[in-house]
Design a protein around this ligand. Structure first.
Ligand code: HAM
Length: 426
């Protein structure tokens, strides 16, 4: 009989395996802790939504809607889309659940998978996870600064030191037509020199020409006046005040007049967090203000500001200190020797787990030698050897695998010994 054919995961998806999944859990734990401390609570929305939601919020002419959505018809012919981002869903949920009736503002965070049919390259996946935070119901610059402060607190706890915020003022929607004409007026004479995508963008979504990665497009776009120079006084004051707050918090930032972001709902403050390690093309976090989004989706006029961190990218560049502290979690290898010990090992192991020990029980019947070899190879901190003689005396032999020293301790005292030698922070 031939072997059954092997099935592979879809391109652009990943299997996250242990021990790397521990890093993901740890990052998410820090996010929950920090965002929670800043007053946010979790929101969970569906992974698929009506296609219309993203078309109307992210924008028909954006790359996401234009060519990256996983859209399908369900059995009743409804057009559904795997969510490419989270803000649109939060806005929809806000309207649908009448969250405007709750005391304002509301801070919401989410952690979960997003889907975009992207061209494959480093740090880009078709299923990726975002950790997002949204502050809804406040329109002043203090809200923008607070969201950035929460983001920096989060990144700081993970040990990041060299991440810089790039930010820009996209002005108010009323400023937009003036600005789009300025882009078209500057670039139209050079239309033929732009890349094919930008020739289309110039007609459909001229803002996006500004952040095209093709070098010639970049050179031509440099001649376009900055958005800030045509933006409303109010929006300039707004973003200026956000910058003042960031300076007060000693958060490193830089104004980038070419930063436009790939979603249509933004106005005023937009920002990205860039890692020198990943290069400027790969952004760890993006966000901005979206004061008209909820109204544009048929809800009340509720302003909002938020961001989403790309968790895949974040985990990839986690600082060494955080990475080691998570991966080096000490564990105990419990080795029962002989039939009686095998019979009694599990109740003891359970009692130790209840006492806060993390352990693994030898369940395959290895010899002591083979078990110790495996324990050392797998980086266990210690082994608990349960022999017939130890058991009869109500004891267990605890062997420090790094030092090679061992001692006998009472069965009930094992958790205490464990915490003393290998507890957190030791
Ligand atoms: P975004 O910039 O499209 O913004 O995505 C945010 C982050 O998700 C990016 O900075 C990146 O780290 C990560 N990301 C995006 N696409 C991929 C991919 N294909 N593979 C891996 N990571 C990716 C938004 O989604 C907005 N909803 C953010 C926001 C929240 N704005 C206001 N509130």
């Amino acid at each position: 009989m031939g072997k059954a054919p092997v099935i592979q995961r879809p391109r652009g998806t990943r299997d996250l395996l242990p021990p790397e999944t521990r890093l993901w859990q740890a990052v998410e734990e820090v996010a929950r802790e920090v965002f929670g401390a800043f007053g946010a609570e979790e929101i969970r929305t569906p992974i698929f939504e009506p296609t219309e939601l993203f078309v109307r919020s992210v924008g028909e002419t954006t790359d996401i809607v234009h060519k990256e959505m996983y859209t399908f018809a369900d059995r009743k012919g409804r057009s559904l889309t795997l969510r490419p981002e989270g803000t649109a869903s939060v806005a929809r949920a806000w309207i649908e659940n009448g969250l405007a009736d709750r005391s304002q503002p509301l801070r919401l965070y989410y952690i979960g998978p997003m889907f975009r049919y992207e061209r494959m390259q480093r740090g880009r996946f078709r299923q990726f996870a975002q950790i997002g935070l949204e502050l809804l119901g406040a329109d002043g610059p203090l809200a923008d600064a607070e969201v950035l402060a929460a983001l920096y607190e989060f990144l700081g706890r993970l040990g990041f030191k060299d991440l810089e915020v790039h930010l820009n003022n996209l002005g108010d929607p009323e400023d937009r037509p003036r600005y789009l004409s300025a882009i078209r007026d500057t670039l139209a004479p050079h239309r033929q020199e732009l890349c094919g995508d930008c020739q289309r963008r110039l007609a459909e979504n001229p803002l996006r020409v500004l952040d095209c990665k093709v070098p010639r497009c970049g050179e031509l776009a440099a001649a376009v006046p900055s958005m800030d120079s045509v933006a409303s006084q109010a929006s300039r004051r707004h973003v200026g005040e956000v910058e003042e707050q960031l300076a007060r918090l000693a958060i490193p930032f830089r104004r980038n007049p070419r930063l436009v972001r790939g979603l249509d709902y933004y106005l005023r403050t937009v920002f990205e967090v860039v890692s020198p390690q990943l290069g400027t093309g790969t952004v760890v976090c993006g966000g901005g203000r979206y004061d008209r989004l909820i109204a544009d989706l048929g809800g009340p006029a509720v302003p909002g500001i938020g961001f989403a961190v790309g968790e895949d990218r974040l985990v990839e560049i986690l600082p060494e200190g955080f990475r080691t502290s998570v991966l080096a979690r000490p564990r105990l290898y419990v080795i029962p020797l002989g039939e009686t010990a095998v019979r009694h090992a599990l109740p003891h192991a359970r009692a130790w787990v209840r006492g806060g020990v993390s352990l693994e029980l030898e369940v395959t019947g290895r010899s002591l030698r083979a078990a110790l070899k495996r324990a050392a190879g797998e980086g266990f901190a210690a082994a608990a050897i349960l022999g017939e003689e130890e058991l009869a005396a109500g004891e267990v032999t605890v062997r420090d695998l790094a030092r090679g020293e061992q001692q006998r301790v009472a069965l009930a005292a094992l958790p205490e010994v464990w915490h003393r030698h290998w507890g957190r922070g030791k």
